[in-house]
Design a binder for this molecule. Structure first.
Ligand code: FAD
Length: 323
C-alpha cells in the first residue's frame, strides 16, 4: 500500500542538517510510491524548502514562529501535531538526533502508536520494509517490522545514504500557521561553547582522544589532524572526566553516537561503553601503547605505539600528500 510519509527536517543556523536528506531517502523506501512531505520548523526556514525538494521531497510544509527559533519539545510538538492533523500521514520519519530522540517518544505517545527508534538500515521496501537497529549498546542488531497502523521510525545520522541531489526537481512549498501557546519553557539565548568547525555527529572523519592523551594540551595534535582531514575531534568519557576536554565531545553509550567513514581512536582503551558510540564507523584506526587494548578488537588498522609519536608522523605524511 502506498503511504504518505511526513519527514521532520532539521536546520541549524540557517543550514539543513544532512540527516534531513537521509530521512527523505528512508521515507522513499517505505512510501511505495506515496507522497513524501518534508516539514521544517523555525523562525525563518521557508527559503530552505527548495533544497529538500532537490533531495527527493515531493512537498514541503513549513511552520514559522518566533517560539520555534530554538527547539523545545512543547513548541515543536505543537507544530508537529497541527501539521499531522492536517496531513494525516501513514508514516513518520525523524532523525535520531538530540532533537529527534527527545521529540519522537512524546509524539508517539500522543498518537498512541509504536516507535522504531535508531534505525541504521532498512531491508526491503513498502509494507515489506524491515528495520535494523542496534541493541545492547551495539553488541547485537534486531530486525523489526511494523505490524499494522501508523509507521513511525527514527534514523541514526550517517547510516542511510541520501538520494542524489536533482537540481531540476520542483515541488510545492507551503506554510502553515500555528498558534504556539502555553510553552512550559522558552529559550531566550543559546550560549555556544567554543566547539567550532565540523559537527561531531555528522562528521565523516572523527579523531578521538582518551585518557592516554594525558592533558588538555595533549588534544592539540588531535585537533590538527582532525582539521587536516576535514573532521571533528571526539573523546572518551575517560578524557572528559579527567577534564582534558568538554563533555560535548564524549562518544559512547552516554555520549554521542558517531558513524564516520574514518574513526581514529588515540589513547582509548576500548571500554564497551565507548564502543557503543563508535563501533559502526566504516574504518577504525586505533593507536594505543598497549598491544592488548580492547580497542584493537574492533579496529581495522591497529598501531601499537605512543600517540605523541604516531600522530605527528601522520600529520607530516598527510601534509606531504596534500602538498
Ligand atoms: P582508559 O581506560 O584509562 O584508557 C586509556 C588508554 O590509553 C589505555 O589503553 C592506555 O594503554 C592508552 N595510552 C596511555 N598513554 C598512551 C600513549 N601515550 N599513546 C597511546 N596510548 C596510550 N566511556 C566512554 O568513552 N563513553 C561513554 O559514553 C561512557 N559511558 C559510560 C556509562 C556508564 C554507565 C559507565 C559505568 C561507564 C561509561 N564510560 C563511558 C566509561 C568507560 O567504562 C571507560 O571508563 C572509559 O571509556 C575509559 O576511557 P579511556 O579509554 O579514555 O581511558
Amino acid at each position: 500500500m502506498s503511504k504518505k510519509v511526513l519527514v521532520l527536517g532539521e536546520a541549524r543556523e540557517g543550514a539543513l542538517r544532512n540527516v534531513s536528506f537521509e530521512a527523505i531517502a528512508a521515507a522513499k523506501q517505505v512510501a511505495d510510491g506515496g507522497e513524501i512531505v518534508s516539514l521544517l520548523f523555525g523562525d525563518a526556514v521557508q527559503s530552505m524548502g527548495e533544497e529538500l525538494i532537490k533531495y527527493g521531497a515531493d512537498r514541503v510544509v513549513t511552520v514559522e514562529h518566533p517560539h520555534l527559533k530554538h527547539y523545545t519539545s512543547d513548541g515543536f510538538g505543537q507544530a508537529f501535531m497541527e501539521v499531522y492533523e492536517q496531513e494525516k500521514p501513514e508514516a513518520i520519519v525523524f532523525g535520531h538526533t538530540a532533537m529527534g530522540k527527545d521529540l519522537s517518544p512524546k509524539i508517539a505517545s500522543k498518537l498512541d502508536t509504536g516507535l522504531i527508534s535508531d534505525v541504521t538500515a532498512i531491508e526491503g521496501d513498502g509494507d515489506d520494509a524491515v528495520f535494523i537497529r542496534p541493541i545492547y549498546s551495539g553488541k547485537a542488531f534486531e530486525k523489526v517490522k511494523n505490524k499494522e497502523g501508523l509507521l513511525f521510525f527514527t534514523i541514526r545520522p550517517n547510516n542511510i545514504e541520501s538520494l542524489t541531489k536533482d537540481e531540476g526537481r520542483t515541488g510545492d512549498i507551503s506554510s502553515v500557521s500555528v498558534d504556539i501557546a502555553n510553552l512550559r519553557s522558552v529559550i531566550s539565548e543559546v550560549v555556544r561553547k567554543s566547539t567550532e568547525g565540523v559537527d561531531l555527529s555528522e562528521a565523516k572523519v572523527v579523531v578521538a582522544g582518551g585518557r592516554g592523551v594525558k592533558s588538555a594540551d595533549g588534544f592539540k595534535p588531535l585537533e590538527e589532524l582532525a582539521q587536516l582531514l576535514g573532521g571533528a575531534v571526539g573523546a572518551s568519557r575517560g578524557a572528559c572526566d579527567a577534564d582534558y576536554c568538554d563533555y560535548s565531545l564524549q562518544i559512547g553509550q552516554t555520549g554521542k553516537v558517531v558513524t564516520p567513514d574514518l574513526y581514529i581512536a588515540a589513547g582509548i582503551s576500548g571500554a564497551i561503553q565507548h564502543m557503543a558510540g563508535m563501533s559502526n564507523s566504516k574504518i577504525i584506526v586505533a593507536i594505543n601503547k598497549d598491544p592488548e587494548a580492547n580497542i584493537f578488537k574492533v579496529a581495522d588498522y591497529g598501531i601499537v605505539g605512543d600517540l605523541f609519536e604516531v600522530i605527528p608522523m601522520m600529520i607530516e605524511e598527510i601534509k606531504k600528500i596534500k602538498g
